[in-house]
Design a protein around this ligand. Structure first.
Ligand code: F6P
Length: 361
């Protein structure tokens, strides 16, 4: 009997379980066995996997997280091993991972992940591993696809939080700063900020100047709107300034973890405008909870399409959603940098038209 493997890599994201379910059910229907590697590429490196059957994927469509576990540090080309002196030593264990893959005699491997996972998938593909990628990330920053599942769920979580903060801002006449995730891209901040009527939206793609943030707050005060909502992406940075880094994860391919820019902005507003301000850092709540129906639909289509591609030996590609249809692109394209918000984006133009400031004028 032929077998398909699946792993989920990178940060968890709502919709991963929906993909696992779709892959398992459609592969079983085509007569494949399915094995799920545990904790992303770590399972492939350590040869840890579980068989997936109908019972195991029953009821997981609506659950956040991933039943397979994941890792955003396990990279077969840069595997961290503790050395004798307690320091981390990086080793290339890709040969071992590929030989583990071959031992299971798989017909193909489906990897679900973000840019890091797709980069590794692309290298595996070049080394002869029959692989298909499925894009996931709340950040929506993968090139090649118009949207990733998990993004809409995160936007709704962020928008609900911004909505709730409005009442305190209004009642206490405060400036409330809400910091959202997104890494180096401003998609979550832009979508949730516009949806929830943020007065100022700060994104990494448009470096901000505090004088323009103050200008917007003053303008609102002049109109007797004595509160303001500032939505800031964790990757936003001042013009000529740096990112705000909260920690470094040495084992990770991208060791930088962002966070804290919202606290700085709230402190600056309070100090310079003498307006009471608070910052809320939403953090990982944006990665949790049940996926929205749209994300479930996307995940289900991605999963079944990936199995179809494995069945047809259409490897070295990533499933995408483009122009309202599911198709695929070469992994090369998916592994090429990040999809950032173009400053000419139509939503930025609409937001500016209704008076939203992006901290640049
Ligand atoms: O890529 C998803 C994401 O949640 C980013 O938005 C965020 O910057 C990062 O992962 C956080 O990573 P970690 O879970 O390692 O803190």
């Amino acid at each position: 009997m032929k077998r398909i493997g699946i792993l989920t890599g990178g940060g968890d994201c709502p919709g991963l379980n929906a993909v696992i379910r779709a892959v398992t059910k459609s592969a079983l229907a085509k007569g494949f066995e399915v094995v799920g590697y545990k904790d992303g590429y770590e399972g492939l490196i350590l040869n840890q996997w579980i068989p997936l059957n109908q019972a195991m994927v029953s009821g997981i469509l609506v659950q956040g997280g991933t039943i397979l576990g994941t890792s955003n540090t396990a990279n077969p080309y840069r595997w961290a091993e503790p050395s004798l002196k307690g320091r981390i030593r990086f080793k290339d264990v890709s040969r071992k991972a590929i030989s583990n893959y071959r031992k299971l005699d798989l017909h193909g491997l489906i990897v679900v992940g973000g840019d890091g996972t797709m980069n590794i998938a692309n290298r595996f593909h070049k080394e002869g591993v029959p692989i298909v990628g499925i894009p996931k990330t709340i950040d929506n920053d993968l090139p090649g696809t118009d949207v990733t599942f998990g993004f809409e769920t995160a936007v709704i979580t962020a928008a609900e939080a911004i909505d709730k903060v409005h009442t305190t801002a209004q009642s206490h006449h405060r400036a409330m700063v809400v910091e959202v995730m997104g890494r180096y891209a401003g998609w979550i901040a832009l979508y949730s900020g516009v949806a929830s009527g943020g007065d100022v939206i700060l994104i990494p793609e448009i470096p901000y100047e505090m004088k323009y943030v103050y200008k917007k707050i003053h303008e609102r005060n002049r109109l007797r709107k004595n509160f303001s909502i500032i939505v800031v992406a964790e990757g936003a940075k001042p013009k000529g300034g740096d990112l705000t880094i909260t920690r470094r994860v040495a084992r990770s391919t991208d060791p930088i973890r962002l966070g804290g820019v919202g606290l700085k902005i709230a402190a600056d507003i309070e100090k310079n405008l003498k307006i009471e301000s608070r910052a809320i850092v939403l953090g990982h709540v944006q990665r949790g909870g049940p996926p929205t129906p749209f994300d479930r639909l996307l995940a289900t289509q991605f999963g079944s399409h990936a199995v179809h591609m494995v069945f047809n030996r259409d490897f070295g590609k990533m499933v995408v959603y483009r122009n309202n249809a599911v198709s695929s692109v070469m992994l090369e394209e998916a592994a090429r940098g990040l999809k950032l918000v173009p400053p000419s984006h139509h939503l930025i133009a609409s937001a500016r038209a209704v008076g939203t400031s992006f901290g640049d004028c």
